[in-house]
Design a protein around this ligand. Structure first.
Ligand SMILES: [Zn+2]
Length: 134
């Protein structure tokens, strides 16, 4: 378990939010993902003219971490701009691939921060049992 506080994650999420590419929704989101070994990976949402191809901030952060060889996480802080940015169903599933973690959600400069466990946001999540593939 890392000793990095949620406050540090919040500031990283706010900082990366400014890079969000959101010409369609105007709903910038930043995410800071804390690995078990204390590294922080950030991501922002990246929209596309073909809407379904848009990427959420949470999944951008996960992709950054996994691309660096990191797959164990303690927490993620997700911050919207003018309202809470709860993780979408797809991001909840993607995060659950790597186990349970703290999920902090906020907006603005950190208003109304809420805390959840991922398992509370996605109970009974889909998990593929590799042994069932044999
Ligand atoms: Zn999402």
């Amino acid at each position: 378990m890392s000793t990095i506080s949620p406050d540090v994650l919040r500031e990283k999420a706010i900082a990366v939010r400014q890079h969000a590419y959101v010409p369609y929704s105007h709903f910038p989101v930043g995410a800071a993902l804390l690995s078990r070994d204390g590294q922080i990976f950030t991501g922002c949402n990246v929209e596309n003219a073909s809407y379904p191809l848009s990427l959420c901030a949470e999944r951008a952060a996960v992709a950054s971490a996994v691309s660096s060889g990191v797959r164990q996480f303690d927490a993620i802080f997700i911050v919207g701009e003018k309202s809470l940015a709860m993780p979408c169903g797809g991001c909840r599933q993607v995060l659950s691939e790597f186990g349970d973690l703290h999920v902090y959600v906020s907006y603005g400069d950190g208003q109304e921060t809420k805390h959840f466990w991922l398992h509370e946001l996605l109970p009974e999540s889909f998990q593929l049992n590799p042994s069932s593939l044999e």
